[in-house]
Design a protein around this ligand. Structure first.
Ligand code: GTP
Ligand code: MG
Length: 392
């Protein structure tokens, strides 16, 4: 065989090999992309240790939760007074880029029509740059507040040796933000103090927005009006399991609280969303509070005031790492009738690593740009099936 002929042959082999590899790549990519949610398993550290009961749900049946309002002609705030509400972001100066991105999502998909105000809070003064950039991004009014020191920093009465031991233990367990006191300050502030801030006193409803989140769809109605008209106190888009080592004694304290203050436990509550055994143990379900549209009258009311004060007195925000998500979720699920909760299933939203993408006709109607398979709702990690079972 001539050397030239051998060269042609091996070139041909390379071409064949290349074609085979490209076909394989295309096949794998298509198969993975089209896989339905039920066949996916995301293993995040937050859920690795859990053994979940997975109740199959029929996603094709209409959801029994309160339906969204029908689309109105024009935009959501045409001819309507704004509700007594504000958009709210807690942020650091260093969050500027992520904060700008989030504000532009909210403005573009909703607030450019409505011009709701924005309130930004920080435990340090906002820089002129932060204030300038944020003010340029909206036609709504903008205000910048300083968090009072006593609402932010670890209180003197916390035993720092115990708190340090708690942090060290979590470092050993490889828990995210294990060693961080600022993170604990933030969780405690978001649990029990933000709604006491002077800038929020004039408002009833807030919509929490974090830096670096995304909104995928137009929001063609005013969620604040929806909350008010339907007597809702808490709205969410994503629900999944908390990481148990961050809240080892939280549920025991919740049970103590319920025993001491049974008058605050609502009759038709959502205990079955929180617990699979009638309240004996916590199944770790919570609403992911980086998105929440809620009624501050509930946080300011007697049940939540007593609940937060009780939890605060136990020190778990510092001895452990209690998050505002389980604290808020447990409170709204137990101290209000379940009908006052709302799953904003038509709001497409992402906070890395999870997202909710609307499944129904709203996806097209609201110009969503998320992929419909990419939604946490019906994966094993999601608590949405438990939430929906409340209403079946
Ligand atoms: N002013 C201020 N804001 C903070 C601080 N830590 C967190 N935040 C804000 O509090 C909210 C939650 O903080 P994140 O760091 O996003 O916490 P997370 O969502 O649990 O964690 P990530 O997955 O990292 O987003 C965001 O709005 C942050 O901008 C802080 O030390 N100071
Ligand atoms: Mg975040």
């Amino acid at each position: 065989m001539s050397i030239a002929y051998q060269g042609v042959l091996s070139r041909r082999r390379y071409v064949v090999l290349l074609v085979v590899l490209m076909s394989l790549f295309y096949f794998l990519q298509t198969t993975l992309r089209d896989a339905r949610p039920s066949s996916w398993t995301i293993t995040t550290p937050a859920v690795q240790t859990l053994e979940l009961q997975t109740t199959p749900v029929d996603v094709s049946t209409p959801l029994p939760d309160t339906p969204s309002p029908p689309p109105l002609p024009g935009h959501p705030c045409l001819h309507r007074e704004r509700a007594n509400a504000t958009l709210l972001m807690l942020a650091r100066n260093s969050d500027l880029a992520g904060a700008m991105s989030s504000v532009s999502h909210v403005e573009d998909r909703f607030n450019k029509h409505c011009n709701y105000s924005w309130v930004f809070l920080n435990e340090e003064p906002f820089s002129d740059e932060f204030k300038r950039e944020m003010s340029n991004m909206t036609n709504g009014s903008v205000s910048f507040g300083l968090v009072p020191k006593e609402h932010w920093y670890q209180p003197q009465w916390i035993n720092e040796d115990l708190a340090k031991a708690g942090r060290d233990k979590m470092v050993e367990q490889n828990i995210i933000y294990a060693e961080s006191v600022p993170y604990r300050n933030m969780c405690r502030f978001n649990s029990g103090y933000f709604f006491k801030h002077a800038l929020l006193q004039q408002y009833r409803y807030y919509w929490r927005v974090e830096p670096d989140i995304e909104y995928f769809c137009d929001i063609p109605y005013d969620p604040f009006h929806f909350m008010q008209e339907n007597d809702k106190i808490y709205g969410f888009t994503i629900s999944f399991f908390e990481w148990q080592p961050t809240i080892p004694t939280l549920w025991a304290n919740v049970k103590d609280f319920m025993a001491k203050y049974p008058q605050y436990v609502a009759d038709d509550n959502a205990m079955n969303y929180l617990s699979d055994d009638g309240g004996e143990t916590y199944n770790l379900c919570h609403f992911w509070s980086n998105f929440e549209i809620a009624d501050m009258d509930f946080w300011r009311g007697p049940a939540y005031t007593a609940f937060f004060d009780f939890l605060e007195s136990r020190g778990g925000f510092y001895y452990e790492r209690w998050g505002d998500a389980p604290v808020h979720s447990i409170a709204v699920a137990l101290f209000a009738p379940k009908t006052r909760l709302h799953f904003f299933k038509d709001i497409g939203y992402r906070h890395t690593p999870f997202q909710h993408c609307p499944q129904g006709p709203e996806w097209k109607a609201n110009s969503c740009n998320c992929e419909q398979w990419n939604t946490l709702d019906y994966r094993d990690q999601s608590c949405i099936p438990r939430y929906q079972k409340l209403f079946q």
